[in-house]
Design a protein around this ligand. Structure first.
Ligand code: NAD
Length: 260
């Protein structure tokens, strides 16, 4: 379905981004991986995608907190592949603290990586998508793009902002073959969430297993994690012809979290 197309997936060295990159590669897309990690492990991921799916995969180490590097990543994709067809804005970080104690540097980092990076990447990629006559922008927001939780001021603000940005870009591209949508996951067991589980276990003085069960069921009716593979399927659906007129939507994949 995506043979000959190029997908940039930010934050794809781990978790949800990696699950999405793998699924798009499985559908034939060439992939520009991005994110941090051990260089040897990242190279293993890159060559692994090429070997497993017979596609071309490249890697950009661009730091999504730096606008120039975000733009440089898109330019690198255009330089190496001559096109950008799918842009998945997925890179994200978390920090939890009450608003009075929330460190300013964490606020700035979360806003820049979880929200502003998507703005700069979209700005850089849209002209090529319009020129090519096809494009998909997929923003990985969160249930926290739709509802709030205590102690997550920066994350909730950034994800609500990302849902808003998604709607604006969808309106501005509504008369073109480029679409822009958000996916809003509930809990996915990735390193980002593992840290929260461990913090909860330490705070409550319970086992990691007990903390995991508590975190999972506190807000989410379905007592199971969504998987990166499932989110890969949702992203691939948004790339299909069936999704060509889904515009500005926030697709909840959250175990019923925001149905309440
Ligand atoms: P993760 O920690 O497994 O992966 C985050 C990725 O982002 C990694 O590849 C990391 O290297 C990359 N990254 C972090 N800072 C970066 C930077 N400055 N520049 C470039 N890359 C950077 O986390 P995840 O759970 O897979 O999260 C991916 C996205 O999904 C995030 O936007 C997160 O907010 C969102 N999300 C996660 C969950 C969940 O339950 N895990 C739920 C809803 C939304």
């Amino acid at each position: 379905m995506l043979k000959g197309k190029l997908a940039i997936v930010t934050g794809s060295t781990s978790g949800i981004g990696l699950g999405i990159a793998r699924r798009l590669a499985g559908a034939g897309a060439d992939i520009l991986l991005n994110g941090f990690g051990d260089p040897g492990e990242i190279e293993r991921l890159r060559t692994g995608l090429e070997g497993e799916f017979g596609i071309r995969a490249a890697y950009s180490g661009a730091d999504m907190s730096k606008p120039d590097q975000v733009k440089g990543m898109v330019e690198e994709a255009l330089g190496r592949f001559g096109r950008v067809d799918v842009l998945v804005n997925n890179a994200g970080i978390q920090h939890t603290a009450p608003v009075e104690d929330f460190p300013g540097d964490k606020w700035e980092a979360i806003l820049s990586i979880n929200l502003s990076a998507a703005f700069y990447a979209i700005q850089a990629a849209l002209p090529a998508m319009k020129r090519q006559g096809w494009g998909r922008v997929i923003n990985i927001a969160s249930a926290h793009g739709l509802v709030a939780s205590a102690n997550k001021s920066a994350y909730v603000a950034a994800k609500h902002g990302l849902v808003g940005l998604t709607k604006v870009v969808a309106l501005e591209t509504a008369a073109t073959p480029v679409t822009c949508n958000a996916i809003c996951p509930g809990w996915v067991l990735t390193p980002l969430v593992q840290k929260q589980i461990e913090a909860l276990a330490a705070k409550d003085g319970t086992s990691v297993e007990a903390a995991q069960a508590k975190l999972l069921t506190e807000k989410q009716p379905a007592p199971s994690f969504t998987t990166p593979e499932q989110l890969g399927e949702v992203a691939l659906f948004l790339c299909s012809d069936g999704a060509a007129n889904i515009r500005g939507a926030s697709l909840s994949v959250d175990g019923g979290w925001t149905a309440q």
